[in-house]
Design a protein around this ligand. Structure first.
Ligand SMILES: [Fe+2]
Length: 301
């Protein structure tokens, strides 16, 4: 039978370090949305914890949704996902781990390895390490708005003969049904992974986020993390990244506070428009550099 699967999504249990709110999808509400969107299988892949799964499990079962316990692990080499892992896996993880070490922990907990956004311009993918890690490759992520990111992932997955899936990486409700992998399998987790490995899949609703959606989510996220950001701006934060050091200068923090206050009090303020142009320019520059650095690797395989 054909099962519509969402294998990479977040709930409110995913927490950011600087901008605290990472997702506005409440665990229980997620099940209602999945059901409404006719999604039969879902993996909850919160950052570095598995707290949401036990809270959702029974309700998912009641609603006929196959729920998979997952985790998106931060490593010093980029992010890696464990799917169908045993609960409590986070106790053995550490953000300073290499991706190889994190993979071993996933396998020790009987999980499957999913490599999310390997060539993301944001730099949170494992990039060239995909060759050593191997696993199921996310070849569509709606946040990969630059054409090379998913294209490179597909080329590499094909060359290395790795299974492929499309995912949403949803952090807000609206995105849950983007990047659906339709799997031809029996309704069991084992059968689903077997079919993914055999390529008995097709993709649905692979549409990238629009600038309007990015602005919408940025506003939601920043305004609901207001207090935490203000705290950071007051005390400053530890960082070794050049652009963060600049943003951490006393004068810059003063400007940021003003902009944040203005932006939050007026959602339709020009400040958001101006900020999105600045971000647009910065991301384009970062994307161009990322593409240039990955290209030789991708086409040398
Ligand atoms: Fe994610």
């Amino acid at each position: 039978m054909e099962l519509r699967a969402q294998l990479h999504m977040h709930t409110t249990e995913s927490k950011g370090t600087r901008v605290r709110v990472h997702s506005n999808i409440h665990p229980k509400a997620a099940i209602d949305i999945l059901k409404k969107k006719n999604i039969h299988v879902a993996a909850i892949t919160d950052h570095d914890n598995t707290l949401a799964y036990p809270r959702m499990k029974d309700y998912a079962e009641k609603n006929g949704i196959i729920l998979i316990n997952g985790i998106e692990i931060t490593t010093r080499d980029g992010e890696i996902i464990g799917l169908n892992v045993e609960p409590g896996i986070e106790k053995e993880l550490d953000r300073k781990m290499s991706v190889h070490e994190a993979k071993d922990v996933i396998l020790d907990h009987n999980g499957e390895v999913l490599i999310p956004h390997p060539f993301s311009f944001m730099g949170n993918g494992i990039g060239r390490k995909i060759k050593e890690i191997k696993g199921i490759v996310e070849v569509f992520n709606p946040g990969n708005i630059f054409s090379f990111e998913d294209k490179f992932a597909k080329v590499v997955a094909k060359k290395l003969k790795l299974p492929m899936v499309a995912c949403s990486d949803a952090h807000y409700a609206k995105m849950i049904d983007r990047g659906i992998t339709v799997v031809d399998a029996e309704p069991s987790i084992d059968s689903i992974f077997k079919s993914i490995r055999r390529g008995k899949i097709r993709f649905e609703n692979c549409n990238y986020v629009t600038w309007r959606e990015i602005k919408e989510w940025s506003f939601l996220r920043i305004s609901s993390s207001y207090e935490g950001i203000m705290e950071n701006l007051k005390d400053g934060w530890e960082t070794d990244k050049m652009y963060m050091k600049l943003a951490d200068l006393r004068f810059m923090r003063f400007i940021e506070k003003k902009m944040l206050n203005l932006g939050v009090s007026k959602p339709d303020s020009r400040i958001w428009g101006l900020m999105s142009y600045i971000i647009f320019l910065m991301t384009n520059l970062k994307a161009w550099r990322t593409k240039k650095s990955y290209k030789p690797f991708v086409f040398s395989l």
